[in-house]
Ligand binder design. Structure first.
Ligand SMILES: *[C@@H]1O[C@H](CO)[C@@H](O)[C@H](O)[C@H]1NC(C)=O
Ligand SMILES: *[C@@H]1O[C@H](CO)[C@@H](O)[C@H](O)[C@H]1NC(C)=O
Ligand SMILES: *[C@@H]1O[C@H](CO)[C@@H](O)[C@H](O)[C@H]1NC(C)=O
Ligand SMILES: *[C@@H]1O[C@H](CO)[C@@H](O)[C@H](O)[C@H]1NC(C)=O
Ligand SMILES: *[C@@H]1O[C@H](CO)[C@@H](O)[C@H](O)[C@H]1NC(C)=O
Ligand SMILES: *[C@@H]1O[C@H](CO)[C@@H](O)[C@H](O)[C@H]1NC(C)=O
Length: 501
């Protein structure tokens, strides 16, 4: 489906990766294809029906009157049919069945809450393509890919369900999402408070936008994860960049690197080392996101506490350069070859580049501008400042559009969200995205829950015997808030939001 893209887009992507590579990590959910397997090797099977809902391609203008089919999944085995709540997953940048399989929390609480589960796919991802195969062909077709349109899809779908599903008319709906999906859950409550009674926004970096948080926080958290997982670990990574520069300065060195790292395609010129370093950097970021306490398969199949395993190979930062880099190879191999099935390492794939990937780039190149930077001293990376102009130029060459750095703050309020209600923001202390998350209580009903031992939306995963206490407490608190919102709504079903009716 990526066929419509210019053949040079991969190269530009690599360049874009260089200045904005973390996005692919954020996006990677749609790349994995397997069902989550818990540590005791029990496969959690999910059981749902698939439906399609007719949506307007453009909710906000009248010239384009065409429609497309939005996919959504429904599981109502535990639903209390007359007015029981609906937990509504606000789909993010990927195939909705993948999010459905990986949001075990909703399946775990459905019975207790007597809830129907709905997973709605985000337009332009999975099967919900407004213009079919042409959806990604150019800026004109991509024009309707935005968070505002996605939120409108969700609101219209919920109203449609309430109208047509017998018994759902007065069902209170709670939005739930993780990562960008968590941002959408929070924003759905902010923009459509008459449609959803509350929102659980897990690992949702709604403050990762321009001037809201320091651009370096993200990579500082990545660095901390490695520092605290083993002596010498972040220092080894910190020293590896110069070692790569030195070694890649000669042809022999490039050859040595290619064979030491078992690369699928050898590094041929000095500039290839730039892409190689970007790939390593992204690998460290991905590991920080999925540093889960048990064996899991989120972005990749990984052992429990993967960063601890990685750090076993990175104990001595003062080794000779080649020894150090051999350690780096063994370390990245934990990420790419835990199963032993990788014949070689492909630096064009950290997370694999499929269509969802490009969709998220487009969103980052329009509304979702998330500045990132490193300083090379308080983090383990090379100095890289945030350069909006360069980023904008990359976007222009890739999509023919330029990003609007301030728009997300204008449309969603930035830090000024105290007038809203019934939103829980949960954050993992290990998750680099917590740097852009809401980590303090804003008001009585806009609250933050911290999970110090949690990586990227750990709380939304299935219960697991190895879950740290902090995530169990977080989930209990989340259920408590949801129960309160449901109760509030049922006390006044026709006017469920404490509004004057
Ligand atoms: C989700 O799980 C179902 C089985 O429960 C499986 O058929 C499907 O391929 C999974 N989807 C993804 C994207 O992992
Ligand atoms: C750079 O590499 C060369 C040859 O690979 C090595 O002899 C030299 O010690 C390295 N420089 C530093 C500063 O480590
Ligand atoms: C992955 O692991 C297998 C089994 O240990 C090994 O044969 C293979 O060479 C490894 N691949 C890489 C890229 O290291
Ligand atoms: C490496 O990944 C790229 C991008 O997914 C792909 O096009 C290429 O075929 C891969 N190379 C090998 C040798 O697997
Ligand atoms: C939030 O908005 C209010 C007015 O709606 C304004 O008085 C206040 O200064 C704003 N606070 C911040 C932190 O921007
Ligand atoms: C926010 O308030 C709730 C309820 O009092 C509390 O459980 C939680 O720990 C607070 N969050 C933070 C980050 O202080």
């Amino acid at each position: 489906m990526a066929a419509g893209f210019r053949p040079d887009s991969v190269v530009i992507c690599v360049a874009l990766l260089r200045c904005f590579h973390v996005l692919s990590a954020f996006n990677s959910p749609n790349l994995a294809r397997q069902v989550a397997v818990s540590s005791n090797a029990v496969v959690n099977t999910v059981n749902y029906n698939t439906y399609y809902f007719k949506q307007k391609i453009d909710h906000f203008g009248f010239a384009e009157d065409a429609t497309f089919k939005q996919r959504y999944l429904v599981a109502d085995q535990h639903w209390h049919k007359d007015g029981g709540p609906i937990l509504f997953y606000t789909g993010n940048e990927g195939d909705i069945t993948w999010f459905c399989n990986n949001t075990g929390f909703m399946w775990d609480v459905a019975e207790e809450l007597g809830a129907m589960l709905v997973f709605a796919e985000h337009r332009y991802y999975g099967e919900s393509l407004p213009f079919g195969d042409k959806s990604y062909s150019d800026a004109k077709h991509l024009n309707f890919l935005s968070s505002e349109q996605a939120l409108a899809d969700f609101a219209v779908l919920i109203e449609g369900l309430k109208r047509t599903v017998p018994g759902a008319q007065h069902s209170p709906v709670i939005a739930i999402g993780g990562s960008y999906g968590g941002m959408l859950a929070a924003w759905l409550r902010m923009k459509y408070p008459h449609v959803v009674v509350g929102a659980l926004a897990s690992s949702a970096p709604i403050w990762q936008f321009t001037d809201l948080v320091p651009c370096g926080d993200f990579y500082k958290i990545v660095t901390q994860d490695f520092s605290m997982s083993g002596m010498g670990c972040s220092e080894s990574i910190s020293k590896s960049w110069k070692a790569i520069d030195n070694i890649s300065s000669t042809d022999d060195g490039l050859q040595w690197l290619s064979s030491a790292f078992k690369l699928c395609s050898p590094l041929r010129k000095k500039e290839d080392a730039v892409a190689f370093k970007a790939w390593l950097q992204e690998t460290w970021v991905n590991l920080a996101m999925v540093d889960y306490p048990y064996e899991a398969n989120f972005l990749q199949p990984l052992p429990a506490w993967p960063i601890k395993v990685v750090c076993q190979f990175l104990k001595n930062p003062y080794r000779p350069e080649k020894d150090l880099l051999n350690g780096i190879f063994l370390a990245v191999n934990v990420y790419y070859n835990h199963t032993g099935n990788a014949p070689c390492l492909n630096i064009s794939q950290t997370a694999t580049g499929n269509l969802g990937y490009i969709g998220w780039y487009y969103q980052a190149c329009t509304e979702m501008v998330m500045p990132m930077c490193t300083d090379g001293s308080s983090d383990m990376f090379e100095l890289q400042s945030w350069d909006f102009k360069a980023f904008s130029d990359e976007c222009y060459s890739l999509f023919g559009v330029r990003p609007r750095a301030d728009w997300a703050t204008t449309v969603y309020g930035g830090k000024n969200i105290s007038s809203h209600s019934n939103i829980v923001f949960s954050n993992g202390g290990l998750d680099p995205w917590s740097g852009g998350g809401v980590t303090r209580n804003i008001s009585k009903s806009v609250v933050a829950i911290m999970i110090p031992e949690g990586a990227h939306h750990l709380d939304l995963r299935y219960n697991n015997a190895y879950d740290p206490k902090s995530v169990l407490q977080a989930r209990a608190l989340e259920v408590k808030y949801m129960t309160e919102w449901i109760k509030e709504a049922s006390e006044n079903p026709k006017c469920p939001h404490n509004q004057v009716c």
